[in-house]
Write a protein that binds this ligand. Structure first.
Ligand SMILES: N=c1c2ncn([C@@H]3O[C@H](COP(=O)(O)OP(=O)(O)OP(=O)(O)O)[C@@H](O)[C@H]3O)c2ncn1[C@@H]1O[C@H](COP(=O)(O)O)[C@@H](O)[C@H]1O
Length: 108
């Protein structure tokens, strides 16, 4: 049992990590990873655009489905560059409590 938080997103990230080197004939994740980080990034971009389209249209069910595709492909893209979900979460933790308005003002 891993000591990572046991949310669905972490379980998915662990499944994706475990698919490295799996058979691309039987695993979609292995197939994507075998095609390299650029392909994974391209696929993430496509899925994000599909989610954007559903958000603009306002179809809730389609948006939920495309958001799930987008999150999956985001995790694959991160795995392709050896970035873990916990590292992204640490970055979010670092930002916690600091408003985006305040952060933007500090950049000027
Ligand atoms: N969450 C997902 C997930 N979301 C989407 N996809 C796949 O992502 C693929 C891309 O979808 P597209 O709409 O782009 O389909 P496409 O056939 O490529 O379309 P075109 O680009 O050809 O138009 C589809 O084949 C989906 O099945 C996913 N494949 C896997 N997972 C998770 O990953 C786990 C491991 O999967 P495998 O690596 O396949 O064992 C699974 O148990 C799931 O939990």
């Amino acid at each position: 049992m891993s000591d990572l938080p046991q949310t669905g997103l972490y379980r998915l990230a662990e499944t994706i990590a475990a698919r490295r080197g799996a058979d691309p004939e039987t695993s979609w994740t292995a197939r994507l990873l075998s095609r390299g980080p650029e392909k994974c990034a391209e696929k993430f971009g496509e899925e994000a655009i599909e989610a954007i389209i559903e958000a603009v249209k306002g179809d809730r069910e389609r948006l939920i489905s495309e958001a799930a595709d987008t999150l999956y492909h985001l995790l694959v893209m991160l795995a392709a560059r050896d970035v873990t979900l916990i590292e992204v979460e640490h970055e979010l933790d670092r930002r916690e409590g600091r408003s985006g308005i305040e952060e933007k003002a500090a950049r000027k």
